[in-house]
Design a binder for this molecule. Structure first.
Ligand code: ARG
Ligand code: GLU
Length: 712
């Protein structure tokens, strides 16, 4: 029966989704054309128009870009929004102080007047998507050089954006898809008054911490709650006490009916970036060179931090957020290596490239593209390695990174820049300074510096080793570093403040001649002159080759619908609730529960210290309507193809009701940015019933539940 359907579809449309089961992040505008039939066959009960439409309110109107890298979901007619705890973390942290530590204790606004504004936090609604490929590429002649081509494309894009916005305050963005074979326009409306409404204590919102990160089974209550405010006409406005809760065109009903293995589920959100079509050489570079290098460098950083954090609670709090950031990618890189290895990813790509080259032997324009890419990878490797070391060894030293922030200000000295502009910069730097010193511990930084600098010197190509003898470096690194710390001003908050507050022109000299700034500047100049230009030009060429390669792949696989790599534009992923078999003798069931939290409980381990109040609820079994089989569901896994940026994305049921919040992926399938494995790749979601349980029973914030539409 199914076979007939596929044959029929090919005849009818000329293409079919032949991707590995559930692989793909699809453009909402094209769901009708490419996916809806497949989705409906798998259990989806709505239409493509219900997801994305410019004619009526639809689910896309309930989804926002939250901040700079996450997704948020509207859940009430008063602008109430859910996202992850790790997405709201910065906002929660900024409102925290010794007197009220919202990270540790959680925060709940018991009425709207208690909701906390967050300058600089915005959300963006997507108004519309348009395929502008013809407008971008229409007047680009075949025989142009890449430079000429680029100039025309940039001009076309500017024109499209200007026309799309007109006199409005909307934001337009045109992005390349399939490596520049297609272009799409996205028009957004940005709301600027977003207030913090609720957050569980970190012992719930970050439960399991870095130990459980990227791992199943999982018990993290990774959510936080915000509210969007608008002016009296429901339009975007800067923060004002007169603003009123935003009335969304659409918000998501919440289903607590429960989920079962095999249920259809889908995700609508903002995946940040994937690399599905890179060649075997690119995989090799990542798996065998870049990831091992970066892991090794971060190992050192994390080791030093861990030693300090284990010893002292104050230090642990100060470094928690830095540690989480560093360890997040570090752990993912490790998992990627194992996954790519297990899947034989390189051999499979080589096999595919053989096939491609055979086909290309009759298609002139693609004949050499793979081998030219191989050449590029051969040439670019040492620059990539150097660049990774620059970022992960040199700029990873906090004091060096901090000093680098002053580069722009120092440059303003020479240019004839108005005082006003300078003052703005200075104010900005003062703010940064507060953040920097609040969580800075020199001995940690110095130990890290001691570890990383020698590694840079022994592992990076000789031509990228700057001469630091003028600054006093001989072969004793730690002595050199000690001398930097004892003579710099950047580790002295009072002196720095005094300097920034005084008007003297000599201040520029002090900064410019500071040994740490000079250290940074020496590297920066070397990289600006010797690395970035070559790197950029090779990278550009690779991108142009990929454009051609991608075009070839699409031509060769005419009947296959290929999804474009993620690029932080709205996408639909769909799949089913499903466990997996990660290793011989081990099964991952699809769901975790409150019982598992209690199992992990250990007051002596920071990541597993369950709050007493939650333990009390467990003892009294006060679960209300969130109870299932004597417990409360906490997290579940499904086969949706997701990546970073999908954090906070709604996980929906076949009728478009919210059943979970996406926040992570399972370790064994983590290489899915490059190769998706239907057997192992799973997204991890927070079960919405756990969210409601915490809001209702733990926080006693029933007024929030009352705002939502709950389907029992
Ligand atoms: N792995 C998830 C993501 O990539 C969660 C990260 C935050 N949590 C953490 N323990 N670092 O963003
Ligand atoms: N935690 C990720 C984020 O912040 C989502 C998990 C993933 O990478 O799939 O976007």
């Amino acid at each position: 029966m199914k076979k007939i359907a596929i044959v029929f579809t090919i005849l009818f449309f000329g293409f079919v989704n032949l991707n590995k089961a559930d692989e793909g992040m699809w453009i909402p505008l094209l769901i009708e054309k490419f996916n809806i039939e497949d989705m409906q066959e798998k259990g989806f009960k709505l239409s493509a128009e219900d997801i994305y439409s410019i004619n009526k309110a639809c689910i896309k109107d309930a989804i926002v870009i939250f901040g700079r890298g996450c997704t948020g979901d509207l859940v009430s007619d008063q602008g109430l929004l859910l996202t992850n705890h790790h997405c709201g973390y910065g906002a929660i942290q900024k409102h925290s102080s010794i007197e009220h530590d919202y990270l540790t204790d959680g925060f709940w606004a018991m009425n709207k007047t208690q909701e906390l504004p967050n300058p600089n936090l915005t959300v963006k609604f997507l108004n519309r998507i348009e395929d502008v490929t013809d407008k971008v590429l229409g007047n680009v002649a075949e025989n142009l050089s890449e430079k000429e081509r680029e100039v025309i494309i940039v001009a076309n894009i500017e024109k499209i954006k200007t026309e799309a916005i007109g006199e409005t305050q909307l934001i337009a963005s045109v992005k390349p898809f399939y490596y520049g074979n297609q272009y799409y326009l996205f028009v957004y409306e940005e709301y600027k008054d977003v207030r913090l409404v609720g957050a569980p204590p970190s012992a719930i919102g970050k439960f399991g911490g870095d130990t459980d990160n990227w791992v199943w089974p999982r018990h993290t209550g990774d959510f936080s709650i915000f509210r969007i405010y608008a002016d009296k006409d429901n339009k975007p406005a800067e923060y004002s006490p007169d603003n009123v809760p935003y009335k969304p065109k659409k918000f998501l009903p919440i289903s607590i009916k429960g989920i079962n293995e095999g249920d259809f589920t889908w995700v609508l959100g903002y995946p940040g970036g994937t690399m599905q079509y890179i060649t075997s050489d690119a995989i090799k570079l990542i798996k065998d060179v870049r990831n091992p290098d970066r892991i090794m460098l971060r190992d050192k950083r994390l080791d030093v931090m861990n030693a300090y954090m284990d010893r002292n609670d104050t230090i642990r709090i100060k470094y928690a957020s830095k540690h989480a950031r560093i360890s997040n990618s570090w752990k993912r890189w490790k998992g990627e290596i194992i996954g790519l290895e297990r899947l034989n990813a390189i051999d499979n790509k080589v096999e595919f490239e053989k096939e491609f080259n055979e086909w290309a032997s009759n298609h002139n324009e693609y004949k050499n593209v793979v081998s030219e890419l191989t050449n590029i990878y051969g040439n670019i490797e040492k620059y990539v390695v150097a660049y990774d070391y620059y970022r992960e060894a040199i700029m990873a030293v906090e004091i060096v990174n901090f000093a680098a922030r002053f580069n722009d200000l120092i440059k303003m000295k020479d240019a004839d820049i108005e005082k006003e502009l300078r003052d703005i910069k200075i104010e900005e730097l003062k703010k940064r300074m507060q953040d920097f010193y609040k969580d800075y511990i020199q001995s940690i930084d110095q130990e890290i510096f001691n570890e990383l600098l020698p590694m840079y010197y022994s592992n990076v190509d000789q031509e990228f080793i700057p001469d630091l003898s003028g600054l006093g470096l001989s072969d004793n690194y730690s002595q050199f570093i000690e001398s930097l710390f004892s003579s710099t001003i950047f580790n002295n908050k009072d002196k720095m403040l005094e300097l920034l507050n005084s008007e003297s022109e000599d201040n520029f000299k002090v900064l410019e001649n500071d040994p740490v700034f000079k250290f940074y500047k020496t590297f920066n100049e070397l990289y600006t002159n010797e690395v970035f230009p070559v790197y950029d030009s090779l990278d550009n060429r690779a991108n142009n080759l990929y454009r051609n390669y991608m075009k070839g792949i699409m031509e060769m696989q005419k009947h296959k619908v290929l999804f474009p790599d993620a690029n932080f534009t709205m996408r639909v992923s769909y799949g089913e609730v499903k466990g997996s078999y990660p290793r011989d003798g081990v099964e991952y069931i699809y769901q975790t529960t409150l019982d598992g939290i209690i199992e992990k409980d250990n007051p002596n381990i920071y990541d597993y210290d369950v709050p007493d109040k939650l333990k009390d609820l467990y003892k009294t079994k006060d679960y209300g309507m969130y109870e299932v089989d004597g417990t409360v569901p906490v997290c579940f896994i499904a086969t949706n193809h997701t990546t970073g940026g999908n954090s906070g994305s709604p996980v929906l049921d076949s009728e478009g009701n919210l059943i979970g919040l996406n926040f992570d992926r399972v370790w064994e399938g983590i290489m899915s940015d490059m190769v998706f494995d239907p057997e192992q790749s799973r997204n991890i979601s927070l079960d919405i019933r756990y969210v409601l349980f915490i809001v209702d029973k733990f926080a006693g914030a029933q007024h929030l539940i009352n705002e939502m539409t709950i389907i029992e």
